[in-house]
Design a protein around this ligand. Structure first.
Ligand code: PEP
Ligand code: MG
Length: 875
């Protein structure tokens, strides 16, 4: 029989896959002898089983849960529904990878009228007892039965109005009792049944709700963004309650052993007196800094400081902890390796090495490569920032600079961003439903909430700039406006926020590019030491190439030459070439383009300083280069001495039903060899020039033929490329080496790679097209139906962003296995978008590619991912 349920004392930190992160760490803390309210964990496998059983908890699992309720009652000395010592529990989700705020939690479970009266008597604190009950009804109705929160909030507001008070805490025990009655009536009205009194029935409802929340839309979005497989499932933790809301000698807190925004060492966090955990995380009240806790709760604080030290040394990483103080005594509710900004991640990793806690390799493995993105993106221009006067200040909750137009809802953020606007999402407080809007925004500004509020935690995880808890803002969300520093801001007004300092500025402040220095530089140097894969860049301009070099690119893996044709002075000549009636006329037009291409390539070689440069020959269908507006067509006709109708006929003739499977790639070179010849001349002449000027560089161009599907195509094109190149070299009387290789982006090429390798000096996997052709999905249109695929669980990720290892990856492996033995000198890389995606990079390392090539800003991500892959492979 499978074991589906574990007491905390039966588990440990290594059982994370089974018990989830929270469950494994509760077990570990229990083993370390820390003060943990005891309970049990229902495994992630039980969650998967629940889905397999058609969203039902089967009898075997139920029997084990029942058994563990009894064991828990024995351990705690409390009993569900008991008149002397009733057991109350929290029910919390906990997946293998932490997904803060994405799934459901229920507190104070086990309450009914009898139990409320019991705990009211026992504690001599009826106000607390009734507050717990009304919270429980509210939470249970919302989370388990999906009755909207707003109905209950309305009832609270009505009660406050009736009593003439402003704050919840001003309501009396009798008020809260009356509210609980109203809540139950509301529940019955909405659900058509009485609110459950039986703690066990409540518990099963809650467990199912947590399992179900694994599949809620925000969890699905979060998982897709964080590469967390759907198949993992979530565990459920049932833990005896500790009460932070029993009075002024109680409270609840969240703290980190190091600052999650900067990485600085030292206890960092927040504490709320007389409150439950949800109050801190939801950001409804702004809590006090943790240090202040020392004054009000000296003993619990001293204990907590000791616990922090134990946990950090034990896990050898920054810890994020949730705890409660009940009548002056500390209880640990959770610990985990804390989420942190990219900046903090780098500092903490370096500090842990310096403190002798971690090796360099471990430090490299600790950084999430995707987070580096935030460091590479612009920061405020220092000079402009100096001159700017902040109009307000919140907490610097997640660093970076953001500026854009103000929007007030997550939906607006998404809609505006989709139409190309940069927006800053301004909210009273954020809730987990806002996740897609937060993703679309440049930054997030909230009125309420501390450093550990949902907005702050999620923004840090996303690497998104966030300023939280700016209480100076007078918010009017309904009318989409707010007032700050005497000025009223409306939707669409510009604002700038600094997620490091928390400063808020009126208008737009210019931003500048970031650099790799300090701890970033140290980590990257370690990454370079441990990786095997080389990292190149996809760059078409010298500016991009230089940026990529700064970021550590070791070559150009793909220069898409067609991008050079679109510039104004060249497009005319290119159109002349397309419209030419004879090969001679075409050549004449191409002669005009040649010098441009030559100088472009020269600048690229110069930017790369002797490192390899792969130049891919013309690839897109010609239709993309001709004008489609009549006025433009008329201009072209006049320039070429043709009639408008003639030009229209040419444009019409270039139209294709499936342009991506049409007259493009090497097919262009087959029909118009003159184009490839011109490009060859430009490549070789530029190389000769640069080699002459820089004798110490090894300029060795790599000519790449796109979209080859048959060896004969490559042979045919290569023949005149080689003839042209050799003639150029001979005419110049120099020695110059060059290579001719091919992209592997058609399944047939991969399947016949043994043949192709005989003619190719290198393979470069064009996984954009290879994905398109393997799935038969249009790379330009797949977005239209991918959402439906995610919803139906057919796909978990966009195969154009994250390499499909089972299908496309298999073709890549096949191509390598077939190709390498035929040509031992063959070098192989990837230049599709996947070249900068960490899990895809890991796959490329595994199958033995020589390099990955990605856009300049992803170069550091790829370097780090390559190192992590190598380190993991070694282990
Ligand atoms: C590819 O297909 O993966 C590729 C790199 O080429 P392009 O995106 O230019 O088609
Ligand atoms: Mg391609």
């Amino acid at each position: 029989m499978n074991k589906w349920v574990y007491l905390f004392k039966e588990g440990n930190a290594d059982m994370r896959n089974l018990l989830g992160g929270k469950g494994a760490n509760l077990a570990e803390m229990t083993n370390l002898g820390l003060p943990v309210p005891q309970g049990f964990t229902i495994t992630t496998e039980a969650c998967t089983q629940y889905y397999e059983d058609g969203r039902e908890i089967n009898d075997e699992i139920k029997a084990q849960i029942d058994e563990h309720i009894i064991k828990m009652e024995e351990i705690t000395g409390k009993k569900f529904g008991d008149k002397q010592n009733p057991l109350l529990v929290s029910v919390r989700s906990g997946a293998r990878a932490s997904m803060p705020g994405m799934m459901d939690t229920i507190l104070n479970l086990g309450l009914n009228e009898d139990v409320v009266n019991t705990i009211a008597d026992l504690s001599k604190n009826p106000r607390w007892a009734w507050d717990c009950y009304r919270r429980f009804i509210q939470m249970y109705s919302d989370v388990v039965m999906e009755v909207g929160k707003k109905y209950f909030e309305e009832l609270i507001d009505q009660m406050k109005e009736k009593r003439g008070v402003k704050q919840d805490v001003e309501l009396t025990a009798d008020d809260l009792k009356e509210l609980a009655g109203q809540f139950k009536a509301e529940y019955k009205d909405k659900i058509g049944a009485d609110f459950p009194d039986d703690p066990k029935e409540q518990l099963y409802g809650a467990i199912k709700a947590v399992f179900r929340s694994w599949d809620n839309p925000r969890a699905n979005v979060y998982r897709r963004d964080n590469d967390i497989p759907y198949s993992w499932g979530t565990a459920v933790n049932v833990q005896s309650m500790a009460f932070g809301n029993m009075g002024d000698d109680c409270g609840t807190g969240v703290a980190f052993t190091r600052d999650p925004a900067t990485g600085n060492k030292g206890l960092f966090g927040e504490f709320l007196t007389n409150a439950q955990g949800e109050d801190v995380v939801a950001g409804v009240r702004t809590p006090m800094p943790i240090a202040q806790m020392a004054e009000q709760f000296p003993e619990a604080y001293a204990d907590f400081v000791k616990v922090c030290d134990v946990l950090e040394k034990h896990y050898r990483d920054m810890q994020d902890m949730e705890f409660t103080v009940e009548n002056g005594k500390l209880y640990m509710l959770q610990c985990r390796n804390g989420k942190r900004t990219a900046q903090a991640a780098l500092k903490i990793a370096c500090d842990l090495v310096d403190e002798g806690m971690r090796t360099e390799e471990e430090a490299v493995a600790m950084i999430d490569p995707r987070n580096l993105d935030t460091l590479l993106h612009p920061q405020f221009d220092a000079a402009a920032l100096k001159k700017a006067q902040p109009i307000g200040k919140g907490l610097g909750a997640s660093p970076g600079a953001a500026c854009g137009k103000i929007v007030f809802t997550a939906e607006d953020a998404e809609a505006w961003a989709n139409r190309g606007e940069k927006v800053v999402l301004v909210r009273l407080e954020t809730s987990p439903e806002d996740i897609t809007g937060m993703k679309s925004a440049q930054g997030i500004l909230t009125v309420r909430g501390g450093m550990t509020s949902h907005a702050a935690v999620v923004a840090r995880g996303m690497g998104k700039c966030c300023v939280s808890g700016c209480g100076e803002i007078a918010m009017d969300e309904e009318n989409k406006k707010f007032t700050l520093a005497g000025k009223t801001f409306h939707e669409g007004d510009f604002i700038s926020i600094d997620g490091t300092t928390g400063n808020i500025y009126d208008g737009l402040i210019p931003t500048v590019d970031a650099t790799i220095a300090g701890e970033f530089g140290r980590i990257m140097a370690w990454a370079d030491k441990y990786r095997r894969l080389r990292v190149r860049t996809n760059a078409d301009t010298p500016t991009d190439a230089k940026k990529a070099r700064e970021l550590g690119a070791e070559g150009i893996g793909l220069c898409r030459t067609e991008h050079m044709f679109f510039e104004e002075d060249r497009i005319a000549a290119f159109r002349e070439m397309i419209c030419a009636d004879t090969a001679e006329a075409r050549e004449k037009a191409l002669d005009k383009i040649l010098p441009y291409q030559q100088s472009d390539f020269k600048a690229l070689y110069e930017a790369l300083e002797g490192n390899p440069v792969t130049i891919r020959f013309l690839d897109p269908p010609l239709h993309e280069f001709v004008p489609h507006e009549e006025a433009e067509q008329k201009k072209l006709a006049d320039a070429l001495g043709k009639s408008l109708d003639e030009v229209k006929a040419i444009v019409e003739g270039l139209k294709e039903f499936n342009p991506m499977m049409g007259h493009r790639g090497c097919r262009l070179a087959v029909t118009y060899p003159e184009i490839a010849k011109m490009q060859t001349k430009a490549v070789i002449r530029a190389a000769i020039e640069v080699q002459k000027e820089h004798a110490d560089w090894n300029v060795k161009p790599e000519i790449m033929i796109p979209l080859v599907g048959d060896i004969k195509e490559l042979k045919y094109v290569k023949k005149f490329v080689v003839e042209t190149a050799d003639a150029e070299i001979e005419a110049a009387g120099v020695k110059l080496e060059y290579e001719v290789g091919t992209m592997i982006e058609i399944p047939r090429a991969a399947l016949t790679a043994d043949e192709i390798a005989k003619e190719a000096d290198f393979f470069c996997f064009g996984t954009n097209d290879l994905t398109q052709m393997t799935f038969g999905f249009s790379r330009d249109d797949a977005g239209k139906f991918l959402d439906a695929y995610y919803d139906a669980k057919i796909f978990e990720n966009d195969p154009f962003a994250k390499l499909d290892q089972d299908g496309v990856g298999k073709l890549m492996e096949t191509a390598l296995k077939l190709g390498k033995p035929e040509n031992p000198k063959l070098h192989c890389g990837i230049c599709g978008e996947h070249g900068g995606d960490p899990t895809s990079v890991e796959f490329c390392n595994k199958i033995g590619l020589d390099y990955v090539s990605c856009s300049p800003f992803r170069v550091p991500i790829a370097r780090l991912a390559a190192a992590q892959a190598a380190i993991a492979q070694k282990a």
